[in-house]
Ligand binder design. Structure first.
Ligand code: MG
Length: 377
């Protein structure tokens, strides 16, 4: 976002990797004509203008387009004030943010080796996960009917058995001092989810991540009566109606919405404040398909939120550092932002040209169970 003041510009995050061309078109064709010439300092006015201008609203495409501009406006606001954005949010509650990292692998041994290494490097919070994509070790036999379509196949009960075994083994090997996390990615039914949560309860997880989908959010109310393991929810949410009741009823313990998927900094700040009233902590979604500006924006909010809980750290590949600089630094389990005005992250457009957009059909969301039918990833 450029302004009419020389050198004053902002960077945002409108990263919806799976539908990026739709977001680009929406910004270029609809939002740009709407906001050009308006007052950059009026963030609340502009957010509402962009959000409701199409009459029909919401959804990840619209939200990401709005977020790209909204986050850039906060960057501009920080630069206008010559302050890092966390100062505009009320200042620091802490010096750095606690992180969780991934110990992913195809076998129990590989996962636990990685977990041990992270622990020795100073990471207290570690997510244990079979990969690819939260799968499970290779099934002993490939269960699928003749003629079944391509996709990522999973046997939900094999996944549950292997995951419980993984955590039992991890506690035997590493004890109860490390804080362990597991992400279910909403891939099992409600009754299987309740069963898994109960079986994992003795392993004292820091939290269980996204056990249920936004469509089944009411199941957290049932679960809360049966299982004491803290529940983190919400990376797929795109509208406050998907998390508001779960927070107000204290059915979840951590909110983990994704800043660009909900419309940017403006609605995410409101979500953090709402959750604080109910002692629900923040654990914002931090995948690699969020650009470093959006990720850093979440970090600024974390620094200024009394109810910050933990931040997922995206294991960005080396190329991202060739394109962005000023990203938060990670040291021994914590992340630190720089003190530059705004979000303090810069983008090298010339360097980015070396990594053009690749047109492809998304494969990893084509997730199937053993009868060959599609299942939500
Ligand atoms: Mg997740």
């Amino acid at each position: 976002m450029e302004t009419d003041e020389p050198g004053l510009y902002g960077l945002g995050c409108a990263t919806f990797t799976q539908r990026c061309q739709a977001v680009k078109t929406l910004i270029d064709e609809h939002l740009k004509p709407l906001v050009v010439g308006r007052e950059a300092s009026e963030i609340q006015e502009l957010w509402n203008l962009m959000y409701q201008n199409a009459y029909w609203r919401n959804g990840p495409v619209i939200n990401n387009a709005v977020a790209g501009i909204d986050i850039a406006l906060w960057d501009i606001k920080g630069k206008m004030a010559s302050m890092p954005v966390y100062q505009l949010l009320g200042g620091k509650c802490r010096e750095a943010l606690t992180l969780y990292r991934y110990a992913n692998g195809g076998s129990r041994e590989e996962i636990l080796d990685k977990a041990q290494r992270l622990w020795e490097e100073g990471f207290h919070h570690i997510r244990l996960q079979y990969m690819p994509m939260n799968g499970y070790p290779q099934m002993q036999r490939e269960w699928k009917p003749d003629g079944a379509k391509d996709g990522f196949y999973q046997d939900p009960h094999a996944y549950m058995r292997e995951t419980v075994g993984l955590f039992e083994h991890a506690r035997e090997k590493m004890g109860f001092e490390p804080e362990f996390i597991h992400d279910v990615h909403e891939r099992i039914s409600i009754s299987d989810g309740i069963c898994l949560a109960k079986e994992l309860e003795p392993m004292k997880l820091y939290f269980l991540e996204d056990l249920f989908s936004p469509e089944q959010v009411q199941a957290y109310g049932e679960l809360k009566k049966m299982v004491s393991t803290p529940q983190a929810y919400g990376e797929l949410c795109t509208h406050p109606l998907e998390w508001r009741e779960a927070v107000a009823s204290r059915s979840i313990d951590y909110i983990r919405i994704h800043m660009s998927m909900v419309g940017g900094m403006t609605p995410t700040v409101k979500c953090a404040h709402f959750c604080e009233l109910y002692d629900v902590k923040t654990a914002w979604h931090g995948p690699t398909d969020m650009n470093p500006v959006g990720f850093t924006a979440q970090m600024h909010l974390g620094l200024a939120s009394p109810n910050f809980g933990i931040q997922e750290w995206p294991d960005y590949g080396e190329n991202i550092f060739k394109v962005f600089n000023g990203m938060p630094e990670m040291r021994e389990g914590y992340a630190y932002v720089n003190e530059r005005p705004g979000f303090g992250v810069e983008f090298d457009e010339k360097a980015a040209e070396k990594f053009p957009y690749r047109k492809e059909v998304i494969g990893w969301t084509q997730f199937r169970v053993t009868d060959g039918s599609l299942h939500r990833p």
